[in-house]
Design a protein around this ligand. Sequence first.
Ligand SMILES: *[C@@H]1O[C@H](CO)[C@@H](O)[C@H](O)[C@H]1NC(C)=O
Length: 231
Amino acid sequence: MLLPTFLGLSVLSRVGLCKLYEDVSDLPGLHYDFVIAGGGTAGNVVANRLSENPHVSVLVLEAGPSNIGVLESEVPFLSTQMFLDPTYSWNYTTTPIPGFNGRSVSYNRAFILGGCSAHNGMAYTRGAAVDFDRYAELSGDARWSWNQLFPYFLKTEKWSPPADQHDTRGQFNPHVHGTNGPIFVSLNGFVLPFFEGKIIQTTKELPDDFPFNLDPNSGNELGVCASARAL
Ligand SMILES: *[C@@H]1O[C@H](CO)[C@@H](O)[C@H](O)[C@H]1NC(C)=O
C-alpha cells in the first residue's frame, strides 16, 4: 500500500524541529503558516529555508512514501532499481518520439519523499550556463542568468573531502565551489576500476571528440570529468 507522507517543520526555539507523519489523523494540527504541496527537491528546500524563521510553522505534503530506510535511495549505485519499482515511481512514459522510431520510453520521476533527489544516485549538477541565460532572455529577468545565480550556487554548497580522503587537487575547480553552505558536495571516494583511467586517456588521444572538462559545475557541462556527488 502506498502511503502519503507529511513532513511537519516547526521551529519553536533556536533548535529546528521536524517530524514525519504518514497519516493525516496523526498531524498535531491543521493550521500552518505555510503548506507546501510536493516534498521533492524544490519543496523541501523552500520548507527548510522558511523554517529558519523560528516563528514560522511549515507543513510539506508528499504523495509518495517516506524515504527513511529505503536502501536503494541511500546507496548511489542501487538507485536505478527504484526506476523499476512502481512503489517509488510515477510510472510516466513519454509520448511516441519520432526520432526514436515512434517508440515511447519510460520517463522516471520519483514518487517518494525527496522527489527525484531520492533516486538520482546523489549526482550533483547545476545545469548549463546557456540554459540559465536562455531563461533570463525569455523571461526578461536578468536574475535568472548564470552570472546572477552563480553566487547562490556557492552559498548552498559545502565542498568536502571524499570518503577515501584522496588528494582532489587537479580533479575540480575550487573557484566554482562554495565552502559554507548546507549541501555537502564531493568527488567519488573510489576509482572505477579499469575504465576510469582509459576514459581520461581518451580525452588526451581524441580531445576534439572527447574534450577534458575539469569541472562541469562551471557552467560548461560538455566534456569528460571526475563526477561530483552530494553527500
Ligand atoms: C504505478 O503503477 C503501479 C502498478 O500498476 C501502481 O501500483 C502504482 O500505484 C503506480 N504509481 C503511481 C504513482 O501512480
